[in-house]
Design a protein. Sequence first.
Length: 239
Amino acid sequence: MVFASSIEGQALTGAEGVALGAVTDLLYHPAEPRVIGVAVRPPAALKVVERPGTYLPLSALSIGPEGTTCGLVKLPSGRRAAEDLGYDPDITVIWTGMTVLGPGGEQVGRVSDVEFDPESGVVTRVDVGAGAVADVAHGRYLVPGEAVLGYREGAVHIDVAAADLEGSGGFAKTAAEGAIAASAVVRAAGDAVVEASGAAGRTIRAAAESDISQRAAATVKRTWRDSAKAFREGMKDDK
C-alpha cells in the first residue's frame, strides 16, 4: 500500500531516467473510492516556458520506495492522454483537502492523506484532519477503506460517525473533542472548494486566499489550546 502524500508533489521519472515532470495530484474515480490516475506537470520548455499539465493512468506507473516511475520517454497530451486515462479528466476528482461527511451529513474534517493499493487503486484508508496545525494538536481520524463510500456532491462520504473512528497522533485520546472544535474550521472552509473536478485545473482552493482562512487560523489557535488542556487532563485521569 502507498500514501497519496508520498506521490503528490514528487518527481516523475520515465524510461532511461528521463525527467518527465512532477505528479501534482492523484485523480479519483467520480463516484467510487478508487485512484484512477495522476495529474502531471511537465518540465518547463527550455526551463522557461510552462507547458500545460497532462494525465497518466495508474496502470502506467510504478510506485516504489525510490519514487514514482513509468516506462515512457514522453508524456501523452490532449485527447491521447484523456483516452489513456480511461475517463474524461473533467469528471475525475481530487480528494486531498476535500471535506469529509459522515452519516446524516456530519462534518468530520478534511482529507489529509489517503492510503491505496497501487495496483487496483482501491482506497484502503483515509486520514481525516482539519489542517496541519490542527492535525498536530488533535491527531487525525483513521477511516478504514470499507467505511469510505466515495465522492458525492462536493464531499467524500463515509458511513461511520466521527465518535466511532480511531484517532492517531500524540493527542489521540482527545481526538473526538478536537474534531468538534475543529469543525468550525471545516464549516468555514468547506464551501470555498466550489469545484471538485480538479483534473482540468479548475479546483478552486479559495479558502487560502480569503478572509475565511484568517477565521479558520484563529479557530485553530483556540483548538490547539483546548487540546493541550484536554491532553493534560487526560494524563491526570490515567494516573
